[in-house]
Design a binder for this molecule. Structure first.
Ligand SMILES: [Zn+2]
Length: 407
């Protein structure tokens, strides 16, 4: 196991990060020799090819994609009802493939127990007429030691605390989990970030051996595989394996139907924050998008002097004064391709052209500079390539209303 290079103080970065977004990766996968060798089904009516979407370890796990011999795993997908064998592929080539009959096979999922001789590798499904799914793009990590019950006599345990219940993408404060492992000697740890809407782990950190009793932290920047992730609830899970092979985790997989809100260690992740920090009213008619003669934004009325924050962080493209727009700025939203313009501000913006701003960072105050009747924020949202540079404006109202509801 590689040596952890984590410090004991301050915020520390994962040694490596990877993402496995099963659904999107599948399409790009090459067919393995095993899958290509699917025998013809003869004249019989072939059943639909089983399709995999996600794999999750469910019991005695070291991670969502990591378990022991004897762990129960669930493969989710489509057309799985006729699956009669689950193949643990191990290394490339058929020599170490191990097949088992599923514990159960339903239309959308198949459960199976990791057989004794299975080794780390992808998993695929075979229907009773020979139709085969593609293998999972990420291997299932299999520890050949049978799992011991959690928190054994040696006292292995893990305590987890998530900072904050809500995190905005691009904000100054990232999603962060702190954890402490309890044992008599260093413990091997993996941390996964799970998207609660479908239970898929989208990021995994493997800090290696962690000293017991010493608080550790992990930060998540809101991305997986280089992409900003969707709004919703996420949870950190910390998996610990002691030197003797005992496992413990910060949270067992929640029972189906558990409201995401009550999953321990979970937090709400949002890509935008509502920009007006005070009472406000959305304009209609001429004050709405497309109103009057081609109004390109939404007017939101609020008292002059109400603080404004960046709905989405990014780089300040323009900071100017214009006879109609008054004091305004345009922010190139990080990771969006969209530009966000804020107009009629009371004074020149608090941030400068070229600055990087965080989501939620103060940018100025509601005003009525330029051609404005009444104090309001005129907000524009432009598609790539952006504001007056080849993009086109979209109606910000539905976006702003959804940010408002959740901010
Ligand atoms: Zn306006």
């Amino acid at each position: 196991m590689p040596q952890s290079r984590w410090s004991t103080a301050g915020s520390i970065r994962p040694r490596w990060t990877t993402a496995y977004l099963l659904g999107s990766v599948f399409a790009a996968l090459a067919v393995t020799p095993a899958a290509a060798a699917t025998p013809p089904t003869g004249g019989a009516q072939a059943s639909p090819t089983p399709k995999l979407k996600a794999l999750q370890c469910r019991t005695a796990c070291m991670g969502v994609m990591a378990g022991h011999t004897g762990s129960r795993v669930r493969v989710q997908g489509k057309s799985l009802k006729r699956v009669d064998s689950v193949v643990f592929q191990g290394a490339p080539g058929a020599a170490d493939d191990v097949s088992v009959a599923p514990l159960r096979a339903k239309k959308t999922y198949v459960d199976a127990r990791v057989p004794r001789t299975a080794v780390t590798g992808p998993v695929r499904l075979v229907s009773n007429d020979g139709a085969e799914s593609r293998p999972t793009p990420m291997p299932l990590t299999i520890d050949p030691t049978p799992a011991l019950p959690a928190t054994t006599s040696d006292g292995l345990g893990v305590d987890v605390e998530v900072q904050g219940n809500r995190v905005f993408y691009g904000a100054e404060r990232e999603a962060q989990v702190s954890y402490v492992v309890r044992d008599t000697q260093p413990v091997t740890v993996a941390i996964e970030l799970v998207r609660l809407s479908d239970g898929i782990a989208i990021v995994r950190w493997e800090p290696g051996a962690v000293a017991p009793g010493v608080p550790q932290t992990i930060n998540w920047d809101g991305t997986a595989g280089g992409k900003v992730q969707r709004d919703g609830r996420y949870a950190f899970r910390v998996f610990a394996t002691s030197a003797s092979g005992a496992t413990a985790s910060s949270a067992q997989a929640p029972a189906p139907g558990t409201p995401a809100k009550s999953v321990p260690g979970s937090f709400l992740f949002q890509r935008h924050i509502f920009p007006i920090k005070g009472k406000h009213t959305f304009g209609t008619g001429a004050a709405a998008f497309g109103g009057g003669r081609g109004h390109q934004g939404e007017d939101v009325f609020a008292k002059c002097g109400t603080p404004l924050v960046a709905a989405r962080g990014g780089r300040v493209k323009f900071k100017q004064y214009h006879s109609a727009a008054g004091h305004y700025i345009v922010i190139d939203g990080a990771g969006t391709g969209y530009d966000y313009a804020y107009m009629h501000m009371r004074d020149a913006s608090l941030v400068d052209q070229g600055d990087h701003v965080y989501t939620g960072q103060p940018i100025g105050f509601v005003g009525d500079t330029g051609r404005a009747f009444g104090c309001h924020l005129h907000m524009e949202v432009w598609k790539a390539p952006g504001w007056y540079s080849g993009g086109s404006p979209v109606d910000p109202l539905p976006l702003m209303m959804s940010w408002d509801k959740s901010s």
